[in-house]
Ligand binder design. Structure first.
Ligand code: ACO
Length: 428
């Protein structure tokens, strides 16, 4: 970070001037380095929701919200989603470059071997009530996982960072599938070492004991390759998204020196909310509630009414003031899979009408409210026979690599400090 120019601030109460370095990134808005602001002026900057704050420097993910552009390690999301697998994307995020064929083979093999859970952890699931939301169980089980791997508290070299990261990426799908199966009271399916990352997860979710698929009218309902590819793309699109709410939580927990898996568990908790990753579950609930295209206008009117707290779920984003590029990819995936996956035509019709009205309505246009990633995932996940309460756990599976890569970057950054903001006190 080499400052070239400065920003001068004048305190109009006494005419004192303060100068702060302007630092340019490789792309995106420059930042004003305000680290000495309190020491210089005795005042804090006030920015609830961090709308104008860069909390760190990073080399992982770049977003241009005005253009609707997203890149991981410099590679456009469109390239990764259409030409590379989720595991290649994980490797890229962790290692800063795409893998060779041999590197990918070894990475894949290692994740398959690490997908199993310690038998002791199985007991934890029994402590949860029937119908527990899988996100609650998932977050608790990831916290519990920390207790099995104390050594990750003191990481000394690169191989230890990678071992810690591979372990959590490999185990998250197993924990998510167990959390779901516990919520139904059905037996757990162990990972199958012969299956790819994504197919294995679908199998752990859907199979009967012994790994057999559901017996449909036409015989065994095997998992189709088109389903695996669709879910793999969804994982890739969720893999990282720079300093979003849950990643900020992960970095905040990292800053206190807690175990990395506890930081991930905190990220899972933050993701659950409807304003963040929980929106994918709410989108389908909302489409069901709207029920028919004839009711869309009434719900659009509610979304625009300042006296009604109803919001169109899956619309709007803090950073994107243009189409979310992930949403664009999912929309074309949705069109492509319409026949192959027999997508729900009633939901598609309602979603299509909402999208059409919102993209042309002055309220949404003037506020730059475009469909976000969550608007499209639900319809595809439903066609993949993934139950609604598993939508946000699917987001967790995809995002774990991003969280852990950000955790590692934080730990390696010599400028990292404990996250400790201040406040404007207005009380007694
Ligand atoms: N429906 C109707 N109006 C909306 C919506 C929406 N979905 N989103 C924002 N607005 C309006 C607000 O009422 C506000 O209007 P005003 O200026 O008249 O007061 C304006 O747009 C700006 O909204 P903010 O809430 O200030 O924007 P912010 O950046 O803080 O919030 C957020 C972004 C949380 C995503 C918001 O757009 C939202 O709640 N969307 C619905 C939930 C959702 O889809 N979340 C998933 C986000 S993507 C992700 O996390 C993976």
């Amino acid at each position: 970070m080499q400052p070239k120019q400065t920003l001068t601030l004048t305190d109009n109460r006494n005419g004192t001037c303060y100068e702060y370095p302007i630092v340019d990134g490789t792309r995106g808005p420059s930042v004003v380095d305000m680290r000495t602001f309190f020491k210089d002026t005795g005042m804090f900057s006030y920015d609830p929701g961090y709308t104008s704050t860069a909390s760190c420097s990073s080399k992982i993910t770049f977003i241009d919200g005005e253009k609707g552009e997203l890149r991981y390690r410099g590679i456009p999301i469109e390239t990764l989603a259409t030409k590379h697998s989720y595991l290649e994307t994980c490797y890229l995020l962790l290692n800063e470059q795409l893998p060779s064929i041999e590197e990918l083979h070894n990475f894949d093999l290692e994740l398959r071997h690490r997908a199993f859970l310690h038998e002791g952890l199985r007991n934890l699931f029994n402590a949860f009530p029937d119908n527990a939301h899988p996100m609650a169980t998932l977050s608790a089980a990831v916290t519990a996982l920390a207790s099995f791997y104390d050594d990750h508290l003191e990481i000394c070299d690169e191989s230890e960072y990678l071992e810690m990261a591979h372990r959590i990426i490999a185990k998250i799908p197993t924990i998510a599938a167990f959390s779901y199966r516990h919520s139904l009271g059905i037996p757990f399916i162990q990972p199958d070492i012969d299956l790819s990352f994504t197919k294995n997860f679908l199998t752990m979710l859907r199979a009967y004991p012994g790994g057999k698929m559901h017996l449909g009218r036409l015989g065994h309902e095997e998992i189709k390759e088109v389903e695996v590819r669709a879910l793999d793309t969804i994982f890739t699109l969720h893999a990282d998204h720079e300093q979003n709410a849950s990643t900020t939580v992960v970095r905040g927990v990292a800053s206190t020196g807690a175990h990395p898996y506890v930081a991930i568990a905190s990220g899972i908790a933050a993701l659950w909310g409807r304003a963040h990753g929980g929106a994918n579950e709410s989108v389908i609930a909302q489409l069901e509630m709207i029920g028919s295209v004839d009711n869309v206008d009434a719900f659009i009117a509610r979304a625009k009414d300042p006296d009604d707290d109803f919001r169109l779920m899956g619309f709007g984003h803090r950073v994107y003031k243009n189409f979310d590029p992930r949403a664009k990819i999912l929309k074309s995936l949705q069109d492509e899979l319409k026949e192959a996956l027999n997508l729900d035509s009633r939901l598609l019709e309602i979603a299509g009408k909402i999208e059409e009205i919102a993209l042309n309505d002055e309220y949404f246009v003037s506020r730059h409210l475009y469909p976000n990633i969550d608007f499209y995932t639900g319809i595809i996940l439903t066609a993949l026979k993934i139950p609604r309460n598993m939508f946000t756990p699917i987001f967790v599976i995809g995002r774990t690599v991003g969280w852990i890569t950000q955790w590692i970057e934080f730990k390696k950054d010599p400028q990292s400090k404990i996250a400790r903001p201040r406040q404007l006190y207005l009380g007694e």
